[in-house]
Design a protein around this ligand. Structure first.
Ligand code: UDP
Length: 412
């Protein structure tokens, strides 16, 4: 669990001009002017798999390109640590917490180990999510700013887990949430940052039709029949078994295929068990393709999303749901659950369709398969919505503005 963070191809800011326009790119340069050489440290708990790693792998090189001295470190821990943090994650999403009382000590011991290992002396330290939250103990007397970036929905947390974490959170200079509904009453300032995707990354850039066709052929997917897809880690909160059930209803009316593609994340030990449940639910239907992808599958995921007739995200709970952002950017019609950050992205009947159950999900899929012109319009509108709100350059702008605001606050 110690893989070094992977930042992909070095970006050039000017590469974004064709996508965003020159004005937006010069605005970024102007904002970054006063932050040249300033040090920023980003810390999270996995270098691959999941939305946070996806964002950091692109945001870090973009901020570097803008002249900010950013480091990205990933905390390490044993399986016992990640079992606990996964239990935290589920409990913070409102589930029960049934780990033994000493789990809190184990959590703190791993945080302490990482505190001793990492250099945490940047002017701006951004700690992502609960796993490394106790690194705030490293805050000595030096003048740096510490921000907690929470990517999950804290609106209805399990009180035992939140009661344990909250005192650490309150020691930060501010907290960033992905939606106003996700936040808690805190004594520190709170900021709203939408998560984002990079339109130039391997995951999102345009692909040649021949490449897409090759990927479908490789996975044995028939390009002539509708393809329903959910891309997600095999995690119960993503409800992959519910997706299979919805597909089984749709299949009675349409000769379609289902692709469930995902891999594990280094900080998620549950994946193997969920994958097994999905395989059992799919039985031996040869039109259900359960693809256990390695972490370096960005181009394959891009191709699968682009080849999909409909993209599904049937999560029971969700952070923001970057897979939805990715699908909307590719102009795909999306059917997704109205949970977490999904309704911010999927505006019902405008940028996609929302659902609340297996039956509702199946109903919306059938509706879109029967009405391709409506499906296409949703896809177009979804793309515009992402362009306006959820691209990496918006996120970079928010970080730069926050750092400037913090600098001004301490008169530097
Ligand atoms: N992802 C991936 N490989 C997988 C499954 C997911 O690269 O096998 C990516 C997916 O494309 C998206 C991110 O991981 O960029 C998932 O982010 P999201 O916010 O949807 O969910 P999370 O996994 O963070 O709960």
């Amino acid at each position: 669990m110690t893989a070094a963070p992977r930042v992909t191809r070095l970006l050039r800011l000017d590469d974004y001009i064709p996508v965003l326009g020159a004005a937006e790119v010069s605005e970024l340069r102007a904002l970054a002017g006063r932050l040249q050489g300033r040090t920023v440290e980003m810390v999270n708990s996995t270098s691959v798999g999941g939305g946070v790693a996806e964002i950091l792998s692109r945001l870090v090189p973009l901020l570097e390109e803008l002249g900010v001295a950013v480091r990205w470190d990933v905390i390490t821990g044993g399986n016992d640590f990640f079992e606990i943090t996964k239990a935290f994650h589920n409990a913070l999403h409102g589930g029960p917490y049934d780990m033994p009382p000493q789990s809190f000590e184990i959590f703190l011991a791993y945080n302490e180990q990482n505190r001793a290992r990492l250099q945490l002396e940047a002017e701006f330290t951004v700690i992502h999510d609960p796993q490394p939250v106790a690194l705030i103990n490293a805050r000595g007397n030096h003048a740096g700013n510490w921000i907690w970036r929470c990517h999950i929905d804290l609106s209805r947390p399990n009180t035992t887990v939140w009661g344990f974490l909250e005192p650490y959170v309150q020691r930060y200079d501010g907290a960033i949430f992905s939606s106003p509904e996700f936040s808690r009453q805190l004594s520190i300032p709170q900021y709203l940052f939408y998560p984002c995707i990079d339109p130039l990354s391997e995951k999102n850039r345009e692909l040649e039709p021949e490449y897409i066709a090759g990927i479908l052929e490789g996975f044995g997917i028939d390009p002539k029949r509708p393809v329903l897809t959910q891309i997600s880690r095999f995690d119960r909160l993503k409800d992959p078994v519910g997706v299979v059930r919805a597909y089984q209803i749709v299949k009675r009316y349409f000769d379609c295929q289902l692709v469930l593609a995902g891999g594990g994340a280094a900080d998620d030990p549950e994946g193997g068990r969920v994958l097994e449940e999905v395989r059992q639910a799919a039985q031996d239907d040869s039109d259900v393709h359960v693809l256990d992808l390695p972490p370096w599958s960005a181009l394959e995921i891009n191709a699968l999303q682009r080849a999909s007739t409909i993209v599904i995200q049937k999560s029971l709970r969700e952070g923001f749901g970057l897979t939805v952002t990715e699908a909307l950017w590719k102009k795909r019609p999306v059917v997704a659950s109205a949970v977490g950050g999904i309704p911010t992205q999927v505006i019902h009947k405008h940028t996609g369709m929302l659902s609340h159950s297996v039956e509702g999900c199946a109903y919306q899929i059938r509706f879109l398969l029967s009405n391709p012109a409506i499906a296409e319009r949703l896809g177009e509108q979804g793309h515009q919505h992402v362009r306006e709100h959820f691209l990496i350059t918006s996120s970079a702008r928010r970080y730069l503005t926050l750092f400037l605001h913090l600098l001004d606050g301490r008169g530097a």
